[in-house]
Design a binder for this molecule. Structure first.
Ligand SMILES: *[C@@H]1O[C@H](CO)[C@@H](O)[C@H](O)[C@H]1NC(C)=O
Ligand SMILES: *[C@@H]1O[C@H](CO)[C@@H](O)[C@H](O)[C@H]1NC(C)=O
Ligand SMILES: *[C@@H]1O[C@H](CO)[C@@H](O)[C@H](O)[C@H]1NC(C)=O
Ligand SMILES: *[C@@H]1O[C@H](CO)[C@@H](O)[C@H](O)[C@H]1NC(C)=O
Length: 255
């Protein structure tokens, strides 16, 4: 996993740009104000215009004040996110915490990804086989999800439970393609036997069922079946949705 962060100045620039725009709006308001006072045409229009201008000017001041609170920001994004324009346009900020009284640190994920514990998760809508899913996550700057804790499993279950459908399958980054029964995550780490969520609801998993393909079932998926959500092995060439994962970006705000 890539923990190297890069500093991006662009974000800071855009905040200052916003301040300039707000200031321009404000001075424009004042210029329009004067001729109105000198030449009153009807009784109604100046009142309405002045009210609108007053509201606009108040709004501009609020916006200006909000921007001035944040003197500067640093957006640290993982190097592998650089290709994702979506990240730069609209990062989702979450889990902000105070570093001290004058700075705040938030985690950030690309638009459309969900955040949990400084990681970002993408639930695909397209279906594809396991190999294509593995490659798909890499093109997004991540990898098929690697489930390392009960908290992470519970998070995935919560997301899946919120999705409509009685039977849903999502490929995860686990397979025993090389040696039957020797399960490895996509980062080449063997499956920790104490952190597994193999299904029991229908039949004890993994079962390496050969009914559909004589080479058995060598790829793992998260399977939502009625109210249960558990791991099942399945034929790698089957097409399912998938869950990609990557480390989140960091946004530091200095006040
Ligand atoms: C607050 O934390 C930031 C980030 O770690 C640091 O750069 C800054 O110097 C700290 N400020 C104070 C007043 O300790
Ligand atoms: C942060 O601010 C609070 C309230 O103003 C103050 O009591 C506290 O000592 C400050 N902490 C630091 C580390 O400056
Ligand atoms: C059976 O699975 C293997 C390995 O995933 C695949 O190469 C093969 O095409 C599959 N066979 C059928 C009939 O789907
Ligand atoms: C997976 O899908 C890709 C793209 O459709 C295809 O090229 C590849 O042969 C498939 N692999 C398996 C094992 O089914």
């Amino acid at each position: 996993m890539d923990n190297e962060y890069i500093t991006l100045q662009k974000h800071t620039d855009s905040i200052y740009t916003s301040i300039n725009i707000t200031r321009n709006c404000h001075s424009k308001d004042q210029q329009v104000d004067k001729p109105l006072k000198e030449t009153p045409i009807t009784k109604q229009w100046p009142k309405i215009l002045l009210t609108i201008l007053l509201i606009l000017s108040l709004a501009a001041n609020v916006v200006l004040a909000v921007f001035l609170i944040f003197k500067s920001t640093e957006l640290h994004i993982p190097a592998h996110f650089q290709s994702s324009n979506k990240f730069l346009n609209k990062p989702t900020l979450d889990h902000c915490s105070h570093l001290n009284n004058s700075s705040l640190e938030c985690t950030a994920c690309p638009e459309g990804w969900l955040q949990h514990n400084k990681k970002c998760y993408f639930f695909s809508t397209d279906s594809m086989n396991w190999t294509a899913s593995r490659d798909f996550c890499i093109t997004l700057g991540g990898h098929l999800v690697i489930i390392e804790s009960k908290a992470e499993q519970k998070f995935l279950e919560t997301v899946l439970r919120s999705k409509e459908g009685r039977r849903l399958s999502y490929w995860i980054g686990l397979n025993d393609i090389i040696t039957e029964g020797a399960w490895y995550w996509v980062n080449n780490v063997p499956l920790d036997g104490s952190i597994t969520y193999w299904g029991k609801a229908i039949i004890q998993q993994p079962e390496d069922w050969k009914g559909e393909n004589t080479s058995g079932e060598d790829c793992a998926k998260l399977f939502k079946y009625s109210s249960s959500i558990e791991w099942h092995d399945d034929s790698c060439q089957k097409e399912h949705a998938n869950v990609c994962e990557t480390v989140s970006g960091m946004l530091k705000v200095y006040m």
